[in-house]
Design a protein around this ligand. Structure first.
Ligand SMILES: [Zn+2]
Length: 624
């Protein structure tokens, strides 16, 4: 068997466009805050009597939770004041359809379970989830990707704010049905991960009952490399970023293995957290972080890290154990960060202060250390966490959950959840799925993505490659609407597949362009309110938050009739009469650019060129 440099599986969570899973509330995110409730959660024991380690890590932080409960999108069920109702039949039906699309084996009885969640994102302290199907498959470029499980579960509350020990959630998102589909660890390149996610996304959309837009689909990546460990990157929202997260995690694990190798070759032993008070030594420091902490009555504490010099941050920036330690310290102890010796002097800490700190920590020569300036208790917890993380580096890559950051990197979030998180939900009746019901589901499966591609090619005359990409990127419904209502299939295909990525590269925020907004732009184009050359400009304006009317007005795009356009062209030609007489018809090319400068978006390019030729001919035929 070929040796793989990367092993990756994905889990996709897709919100369904139905009612909520256990009540009849609307599944919409709203602006209004609604009523306010408060809760404090504690880790409960699972049936096996173990306390989940991820739950414990959260509870150690002693959080308080505040919930905003807007009416219409939340009721007593979300507030955990009333038992859940029967599971939404449409949500069940959609999950069965999706399972059939993947050829998965549906269970005889759907049982909801409670999965302990203690970060406050569920008012109950657990998430309800049910296994619906197992053992499906996808085929991509002749390769089989296994589908391990398909579950139906409830989405968590929406995190609005975290201030100190208090986190605020809104209940509008809590209880929205989610299909959770998990693949086997069958992907071996970053691009393959993206392909599989795209295919699953188009199959989910094929059910016609999924929500669209940012935040309605979230991907978790399970990544490991040989000699590394399983790391979960949780909650990626943008498909195009998937390869980047995968590649960066591979690089991170490789660099941690390199750190381990260096520590082993130096025979570095696990270290003790002998924490030393450095407050007196750094009292006059110019460092803003230090001065800030001391002004609030805090302390500066330090710890020696013998043997860790050079791996905290290597000169080329590749080895970054210091960053790993700082991320854990921030998350676990709630400090702003730690400083480590490979980045000092710096951050306002002077060279002589570094020498002084090394002396106080009894470090010879260039030995490594970390310091933290904060409330004494927090700073101490932070350095203990940092030392624990340093010691883990001797064992290689730790298993953990990481949060994706917008730049494609990730940061430590929490330990991987343990296995003892589930127990039965006794308030929801099990649902029997008969073979007959599945026959019915299979008899009216929706159009598969491949069939849609073929239909787009024959019906709307676009290239197969374009059709494939439209379906892959999730533009199929919008495309079809523009193609039928506005009769602009070719323009729509080009705009969605080329123009949008181009204007995004130029800095436009495409999040402002949902399907409805894009449809307005196409409708205005169809109504002849501007020429198709102006569409990129119009869309760019709309990315800045302008509606289509405002965009047209901003850009001065009121369309010209041919008479007006002809007058503009005549002036341009007349102004360059000598040039035109010299070049003859050869002047058409050079004059197109001043003409288009005046007419872009107001008449079609083809018409402008015809008018220009006509005007030049007229001038040349007249006696000069
Ligand atoms: Zn409700």
């Amino acid at each position: 068997m070929a040796e793989h440099q990367l092993i990756c599986g994905i889990e996709i969570h897709q919100q369904l466009d139905t009612k909520k899973l256990f009540c009849s509330c609307a599944t919409e995110l709203v602006e209004e805050p609604g009523l306010e409730l408060h809760r404090r959660l504690r880790p409960t024991q699972s049936e096996l009597g173990e306390v989940d380690r991820a739950a414990l890590a959260q509870a150690e932080r002693r959080m308080r939770f505040r919930y905003l409960a807007p009416h219409r999108v939340s009721c007593l069920v979300e507030a955990d004041e009333e038992p859940p109702h029967d599971a939404d039949p449409q949500a069940i039906e959609t999950t069965l359809t999706f399972s059939a699309l993947l050829g998965a084996k549906v269970v005889d009885e759907v049982h909801f379970m409670r999965k302990i969640v203690i970060d406050g994102s569920n008012t109950t302290g657990f998430q309800r989830t049910a296994l619906v199907a197992v053992d499906g498959a996808l085929e991509i470029d002749g390769k089989r990707i296994s589908i391990q499980s398909i579950c139906l579960e409830e989405d968590a509350a929406r995190k609005m704010e975290a201030k100190g020990q208090e986190v605020t959630y809104k209940l509008d998102r809590l209880g929205i049905p989610l299909i959770e589909v998990a693949t086997g660890p069958d992907m071996h390149t970053p691009e393959e991960v993206k392909e599989v996610a795209a295919r699953l996304g188009s199959l989910l959309r094929a059910t016609k009952r999924v929500k669209r837009g940012l935040g309605t689909i979230r991907e978790d990546l399970n990544i490991s490399i040989p000699g590394g460990a399983r790391v979960e990157v949780k909650g990626v929202q943008e498909l195009r970023m998937l390869p980047e997260y995968v590649q960066r995690e591979v690089d991170r694990q490789r660099s941690l293995l390199e750190v381990q190798g260096m520590l082993h070759s130096k025979k570095v032993a696990p270290i003790q957290a002998d924490i030393v008070d450095l407050t007196a030594r750094l009292r006059e420091s110019k460092s803003k972080v230090v001065a800030g902490a001391l002004s609030k009555g805090g302390k500066v504490l330090g710890v020696a890290l013998p043997g860790f010099e050079g791996v905290m941050r290597s000169p080329d920036g590749r080895l970054r154990l210091g960053a790993e330690m700082a991320q854990r310290a921030k998350m676990r102890a709630g400090v702003m960060g730690i400083f480590h010796s490979d980045e000092l002097p710096g951050y306002g800490i002077a060279p002589e202060e570094v020498v002084d700190v090394r002396g106080a920590l009894a470090i010879d020569g260039e030995g490594a250390f970390a310091i933290c300036a904060d409330e004494a208790g927090k700073a101490e917890a932070a350095l203990k966490t940092a030392v624990d993380r340093a010691n883990l580096a001797l064992e290689g890559v730790p298993e953990e959950t990481r949060d994706p950051l917008p730049d494609g990197s990730t940061t430590y979030s929490r330990p991987l959840p343990g296995a003892s998180r589930m127990y039965p939900e006794t308030d929801v009746k099990p649902i029997t799925i008969t073979e007959r019901r599945m026959e019915e589901v299979r008899s009216r499966l929706p159009e598969m993505p491949e069939q849609k591609v073929e239909r787009f090619v024959t019906k709307y005359g676009i290239h197969e490659q374009q059709a494939r990409q439209i379906v892959r990127e999730g533009y199929e419904d919008l495309f079809e609407e523009v193609a039928t209502k506005c009769d602009l299939a070719a323009v729509a295909a080009r705009t969605l597949l080329s123009t949008l990525p181009e204007i995004q590269k130029e800095g436009a925020d495409l999040a402002k362009l949902d399907d409805a907004t894009l449809l307005q732009a196409f409708a205005a184009l169809h109504d002849g309110r501007f020429a198709k050359e102006a569409l990129p400009q119009v869309l760019k304006r709309m990315c800045e938050g302008r509606n289509v009317d405002e965009a047209i007005k901003d850009l001065g795009l009121q369309r010209m009739d041919s008479g007006e356009a002809e007058a503009v062209v005549a002036i341009i030609v007349k102004e360059r009469e000598a040039f035109v007489r010299e070049k003859g018809m050869g002047a058409v090319g050079p004059l197109m650019s001043p003409v288009m400068e005046r007419l872009r978006g107001k008449v079609e390019g083809k018409m402008a060129s015809e008018l220009l030729k006509k005007e030049i001919t007229r001038l040349l035929e007249s006696s000069g």
